[in-house]
Design a protein around this ligand. Structure first.
Ligand SMILES: [Zn+2]
Length: 271
């Protein structure tokens, strides 16, 4: 099964609420939407439930993107607490709307070595999973996204290792971030090969073009997202691999022209 949709409400529906957003997704011939809590979790639980009902009616798969202000490796304990609260609040809403994954950018290394950061992120994820258990929320995965800056925890290998050790954690593959972080390089085969160890029934992913600065050969930092046709990432090839390998995947467009590029991807996949 392949789901394709947008990060947030489609651009053609600017000013719409999320419910209208879901209907628009369906009208466009798409079938997924990532609800964006990127600037804070403001939606109440009742609204989350309504959203879930609408999504079910229109056959749209929902996911949630937690706020950007998250750093599980902060030196300031209160910032870690606040980060976890944002993720837990997002999970509560995800549970109400039957979204199975809450996506977040886990952390910055700061002064920690990558190994220390791994331990810290893992410890905090375990703690959040305990908190979710206490709240009897067991239908939502913590979605750790592959990040686009060298200062951020979240290489593909780090995320896979963490998810391998914690079954309720899932990788979120951001193809553009991987490309930027590797200084304008991506190998789709390698990504899917590495993911095999997790035996996922379904992969959650983000796609877009991306602007990046090259730090040295093979290393870069993301700058901003771009439309697919302004970037060298070969998404046609990705679509071919997905079809050939029959990969179950959700593809969320984070392009500035959200639904236009989502529809482009749909076309590449002959759906
Ligand atoms: Zn993200």
């Amino acid at each position: 099964m392949i789901y394709i949709g947008t990060a947030g409400i489609p651009g053609c529906c600017k000013g719409c609420n999320s419910i209208e957003g879901i209907k628009t997704i369906s009208n466009l011939g798409l079938n997924a939407m990532e609800v964006e809590f990127v600037r804070g979790v403001k939606m109440n639980l009742n609204m989350a439930k309504k959203l879930g009902e609408t999504a079910k009616k229109y056959n749209v798969k929902l996911s949630i993107h937690a706020p950007y202000y998250i750093n599980l490796c902060s030196e300031d304990k209160s910032k870690i607490q606040a980060s976890k609260k944002r993720i837990i609040d997002s999970c509560e809403r995800a549970s109400k709307m039957n979204a199975d994954i809450v996506v977040f950018h886990p952390a910055y290394y700061g002064k920690l070595t990558p190994e220390q950061a791994f331990e810290k992120v893992e410890q905090e994820c375990k703690n959040m999973l305990d908190m979710l258990k206490k709240k009897k929320i067991d239908n939502v995965y913590l979605g750790l996204e592959t990040t686009g800056k060298l200062s951020q925890f979240g290489t593909l290998d780090e995320i896979i290792k963490l998810c391998k050790r914690n079954k309720k954690c899932r990788p979120v593959i951001d193809f553009a971030h991987i490309y930027a972080r590797r200084g304008g390089n991506i190998n789709f085969y390698e990504i899917f090969d590495k993911l095999k160890t997790l035996r996922l029934k379904h992969i959650h992913s983000h796609f877009s073009g991306i602007n990046y600065s090259l730090v040295e050969k093979g290393k870069g930092n993301e700058k901003n997202h771009l439309p697919l046709d302004q970037c060298k990432i070969d998404y046609k090839k990705l679509a071919d691999i997905i079809k050939k390998k029959k990969i179950n995947i959700t593809l969320i467009s984070e392009s500035p022209i959200l639904e236009i590029d989502a529809l482009k991807m749909k076309k590449y996949l002959n759906l």
